[in-house]
Write a protein that binds this ligand. Structure first.
Ligand SMILES: [Zn+2]
Length: 253
């Protein structure tokens, strides 16, 4: 079963507002949920624990590493009746219920009402985030360009009206992502990028370098590239459900 950590409390470096955030501690992949050839999955938990998002107070986009992590987010204690309060008072508050109430009451309203860190999801979200590229690490740019690529493919997944990102800009983003990926890793992703760019020979030339644990997807990629198919495709589900720890799927974010 997919599990989340308890929320932690953070402070926005732009507005000093508070927000909370949870991360995924264990992932469960449901087989009736599509996963796509570009790597996007549509599990309900996808995007939880993202390292970048919007502050719920000022709407600025920020990396979680730039926000102070203060403490576990305080939880409002269950309300005590007058009788229960008297009981805990007379018995020395051995369970700490009265102390918990006092501590909660003393917190600033901004902490008690802190909202969740907002996930980025749209093409415009990622374009806004990439506007600050000058102050970004290569890993951060790679992360945002991958998400922009997925978002720019979403109209194919939804079969809705047209692309949210103009074709020329979408291709430029894919080219830049290819340039950011190391030449000795992320082979399956590079095959998919070449294929979606219509560079089928380059895609096919990488197929033999795909690691054995990805041969199922490599076989599909080979078939699509040989057929001259550059569209994002659904990966057919496996026959059994499987689970992975978040460490094994750190890139799932
Ligand atoms: Zn803020």
């Amino acid at each position: 079963m997919t599990q989340l950590s308890g929320p932690t409390l953070h402070r926005c470096p732009a507005c000093n507002g508070y927000f909370t955030r949870s991360i995924l501690t264990f992932l469960h992949f449901y087989d009736d949920v599509p996963s796509w050839s570009d790597g996007k999955n549509e599990q309900w938990w996808a995007g939880i624990g993202s390292p970048v998002g919007r502050c719920p107070t000022c709407s600025k986009i920020l990396w979680i590493d730039d926000a102070d992590a203060l403490m576990p987010a305080p939880e409002k204690p269950a309300a005590l009746s007058a009788l229960a309060q008297l009981w805990h008072l007379l018995t020395g508050d051995r369970s700490g219920k009265l102390k918990g109430e006092r501590e909660w009451s003393s917190l600033p309203r901004e902490i008690k009402e802190a909202a969740r860190f907002i996930r980025l999801s749209t093409v415009q979200d990622y374009i806004d985030a990439l506007a600050h590229i000058a102050s970004m690490l290569p890993d951060q740019e790679e992360y945002l360009r991958r998400k922009l690529w997925w978002a720019s493919n979403d109209h194919h997944r939804r079969r809705s009206d047209g692309p949210e990102l103009e074709v020329k800009a979408a291709r430029a983003n894919m080219e830049r992502l290819l340039a950011l990926l190391p030449s000795d890793a992320w082979t399956l992703e590079r095959v998919e990028l070449y294929r979606q760019l219509g560079r089928f020979q380059e895609a096919l030339s990488l197929i033999p370098s795909i690691p054995p644990d990805q041969w199922r997807k490599a076989y599909l990629q080979q078939q699509w590239a040989e057929a001259g198919d550059s569209s994002v495709r659904v990966i057919p589900p496996r026959s059994a459900t499987h689970t992975q720890t978040s460490q094994q799927r750190a890139r799932a974010w």
